[in-house]
Write a protein that binds this ligand. Structure first.
Ligand SMILES: Nc1ncnc2c1ncn2[C@@H]1O[C@H](COP(=O)(O)OP(=O)(O)OP(=O)(O)O)[C@@H](O)[C@H]1O
Ligand SMILES: *[C@@H]1O[C@H](CO)[C@@H](O)[C@H](O)[C@H]1NC(C)=O
Ligand SMILES: *[C@@H]1O[C@H](CO)[C@@H](O)[C@H](O)[C@H]1NC(C)=O
Ligand SMILES: *[C@@H]1O[C@H](CO)[C@@H](O)[C@H](O)[C@H]1NC(C)=O
Ligand SMILES: [Mg+2]
Length: 337
């Protein structure tokens, strides 16, 4: 990373000039969000000029997704199955009646963003750098309650604009539980069974909502299985569905659940992420070292993973932060070994 500082810095300058020229609205967000976001925006602008909305750049690889979900995603057997089925089924359908809408639920660091990255990677040649991949983070993009009317029209404008550019666009809405309810209402029409809205068809798009809501209920089910001495892999989707729908409906804070998204069956799949255990954290740590181009060191990873915090207090089975923070902790332990 270090030797490339200069290059990255130059790149940011260029990209923010480009951003200014093309997207006055996003300039402030880019300026505020720092170097990583600026670089990402720069790549998107760059892609805008040469990435095209055709099979050269958008070519779903179902084997690739299956392999990634099985090898790179740890401890989430239900997620792997549901996501593969949902995405593959949708992609095979030449004439979908509505866009695909997935809602991913679970505690922190269990892999929700990671899974959306794996989907993008196997759909777009440019993966998450694709100009057709869009991520909205409630607290970063729509922070002020007073601005809601602006956000609403901006969001509708963006979605419509991007889908007009490319019907096979993907939209991630992160931190859904922190999003103001009215905001998600404004995109509801796009998720529905319309042939066309104002001449635009939204039926080939993918919308993915990420949230922590329902996480506690998922944990309860996982804990019950553990206490009954049952294997984690015996947990089935139906064991979690009830818990999930109850908590999701009843959670006052999880914005969009109040709306008719659920009533109107606009969500095609609810995807529950299980809390991760020690052995999954070890897998994450080993994978992280390999990804950094280091020789995976089990002794080191074990050290890091044992120092993480687990719950419930007495049994200490599940990681409080999932696999989050493992990569930064690895760096720290390595430097202070
Ligand atoms: N189940 C998993 N398998 C493999 N890696 C994982 C898994 N869960 C998390 N990770 C690793 O930890 C990192 C953080 O996870 P991620 O950002 O996907 O969590 P999240 O579920 O979105 O959490 P939050 O609710 O806090 O946003 C990922 O980039 C990935 O490297
Ligand atoms: C699809 O993914 C598989 C497994 O990762 C890979 O071997 C194959 O080359 C990919 N196919 C295409 C067309 O990219
Ligand atoms: C597409 O969405 C991005 C946000 O991800 C936005 O900045 C851009 O203006 C949108 N494009 C169009 C053509 O509306
Ligand atoms: C692995 O990590 C341990 C603990 O930090 C360290 O003592 C050991 O030298 C490392 N082994 C290798 C092969 O790097
Ligand atoms: Mg996340």
């Amino acid at each position: 990373m270090r030797p490339t500082y200069k290059i990255i810095f130059g790149y940011i300058l260029i990209s923010s000039v480009l951003v200014k020229a093309f997207e006055p609205i996003t300039t402030t967000i880019v300026a505020g969000a720092g170097a990583a976001a600026a670089a990402a925006a720069g790549r998107k602008i760059y892609n805008y000029f040469y990435e095209s909305c055709d099979s050269k750049w958008i070519d779903f690889n179902s084997t690739g997704l299956e392999v990634d979900l099985n090898r790179k995603l740890f401890g989430q057997h239900i997620v792997s199955r549901v996501v593969l089925k949902a995405i593959t089924g949708f992609m095979k359908n030449k004439n979908p009646k509505k866009p695909l809408v997935l809602s991913l639920h679970g505690g922190t660091g269990t892999g929700k963003n990671f899974v959306s990255q794996l989907i993008a990677k196997n759909l777009y040649k440019k993966g998450t750098d694709s100009g057709f991949f869009h991520q909205f983070v409630a607290t970063a993009h729509f922070p002020h309650q007073s601005q809601i009317e602006n956000y609403k029209s901006q969001l509708q404008h963006w979605i419509k604009g991007n889908i007009t550019n490319c019907p096979q666009s993907m939209f991630i809405f992160d931190e859904m539980d922190k999003m103001q309810p009215g905001l998600i209402d404004s995109i509801k029409p796009y998720l529905d069974y319309y042939e066309k809205l104002d001449g635009v068809s939204y039926r080939q798009a993918i919308f993915i909502f990420l949230s922590n809501s329902g996480g506690e209920n998922i944990v309860e089910v996982a804990l019950d299985f553990w206490k009954a001495g049952k294997d984690r892999e015996e947990i089935e989707l139906k064991d979690l569905e009830m818990a999930l729908s109850l908590s999701v409906f009843n959670n006052k804070n999880s914005g969009f659940w109040h709306t008719s998204l659920i009533d109107k069956n606009l969500v095609d799949f609810f995807v529950p992420f299980l809390p991760l255990e020690y052995k999954h954290l070890v897998q994450c740590g080993m994978a992280e070292m390999a990804a950094q181009g280091l020789k995976p060191n089990h002794t080191l990873v074990d050290q890091v993973v044992r120092d993480m915090t687990y719950f419930p207090k007495s049994e200490k089975i599940f990681s409080v932060k999932g696999c989050k923070t493992i990569s930064s902790k690895l760096d720290f332990y390595r430097e202070h070994a």
